[in-house]
Design a protein around this ligand. Structure first.
Ligand SMILES: [Zn+2]
Length: 362
């Protein structure tokens, strides 16, 4: 099931170049990002294996003509990548990382999957939805598996970059607009959605701190346990980033939760400290029951936290906008908040693209 199906399934209907000289940014770890200061406009795209060559040419030329500069492809499709490249679009392979709903993997390595505070493995009891099957970031075998998965894609000559998605723990707290879909009130961290309490995580944390997390009465309020989980995901990102950037000389970006605070609180993402070439926070305002101007607040929050280490492209959820004028307002707010571009979800039509072009042409 892809994201679009998930959103359909849970019934969310109310919810979305100019060439400049290259610059380099000094990163916090004193390494150098190769990323430049160009504005970029992206589309998250799930390629249809049955789409004709003619239809693909029409789609990608339309994207290009309205100002889109790159595509995040949710599946491998060599022909689609090559056609997109022929129109001058950047082609990035969008990969689900920690959420691995793979039957063979679950059958062969059930012990690679995360365990909740309640003690349930997500192979046996997936949280929220059937396809939520999260692997544990602290197991060496999982790390090797993810490295192989990503490097295989990065090695392809028609892939310009890797786009990480589901690069996090399972949502311990869902965005507030989704609570009603599960009859949940998540004003506190509930044990069945809180991960990972497997033996590997427990012993690694104990070695670092001397604390057995199972003996802690209120693990949600343990700063070191929270930090341990942030670091567990950051380590995966930086390991993958090293492979993609330093070995394959490709770009790496990620789709993340909308602000540094929400990302840490809901899914243990400390994305400000990742080694990336760019980030696409999913600033899906309706998920948080916010109005369109909140896009600027959220964007600014991320941009200020990043301190120019890498660019932020505001992810907008198209079905969240009432009409083209509302979308235009949203794009303007993102750019005013300091975004170096926009990423659109899902399936922009010509009207959406015209709206984008109207804003970015000026
Ligand atoms: Zn674990």
């Amino acid at each position: 099931m892809n994201k679009r199906d998930f959103i359909k399934k849970i019934g969310l209907t109310t919810m979305a170049v100019s060439a400049m000289p290259s610059l380099i940014f000094a990163k916090k770890d004193n390494s150098i990002s190769s990323f430049d200061s160009k504005m970029r406009y992206w589309v998250w795209h799930n390629p249809d294996p049955n789409e004709s060559e003619e239809a693909m040419k029409k789609r990608f030329s339309m994207y290009k003509n309205y100002g889109i500069t790159g595509i995040f492809f949710e599946a491998d499709h060599e022909q689609a990548f090559r056609i997109a490249k022929s129109f001058g679009l950047e082609t990035h392979r969008w990969i689900w990382i920690m959420n691995r709903n793979d039957k063979t993997l679950m059958k062969d390595h059930p012990d690679w999957f995360t365990v909740s505070r309640k003690g349930e493995n997500c192979v046996e009891k997936p949280p929220y939805v059937d396809y939520y099957r999260w692997v544990c970031p602290n197991k060496k075998e999982v790390q090797q598996y993810l490295k192989d998965l990503v490097t295989k894609e990065a090695a392809k000559d028609y892939v310009d970059g890797i786009h990480l998605d589901y690069i996090r723990f399972c949502d311990v707290i869902l965005p507030v607009d989704l609570w009603k879909n599960y009859n949940l009130i998540q004003t506190q961290e509930l044990p069945e959605f809180d991960f990972c309490y497997c033996e590997t995580c427990r012993s690694k944390y104990k070695n670092l701190t001397g604390i057995d997390i199972k003996q802690v009465a209120y693990p949600s309020d343990s700063p070191s346990w929270l930090q341990f989980r942030f670091d567990s995901i950051t380590n995966i990102v930086n390991m993958l980033s090293n492979e993609v950037k330093n070995i394959h000389k490709k770009k790496i970006t990620a789709a993340v939760f909308p602000t540094p605070f929400i990302a840490k609180r809901n899914v243990r993402q400390d994305w400000v400290n990742w080694h990336l070439d760019g980030i696409c926070p999913m600033i899906y305002h309706s998920f948080y029951k916010e109005n369109t101007p909140w896009i600027e607040t959220a964007t600014k929050d991320g941009v200020e936290a990043l301190k120019d280490t890498f660019p932020l492209y505001a992810g907008l959820y198209l079905p969240a906008f009432k009409d083209e004028s509302d979308l235009e307002t949203g794009i303007r707010h993102a750019l005013k908040g300091g975004a170096k571009g926009i990423s659109l979800f899902s399936s922009p039509d010509e009207k959406h693209l015209k709206t984008l072009q109207k804003v970015i042409q000026k």
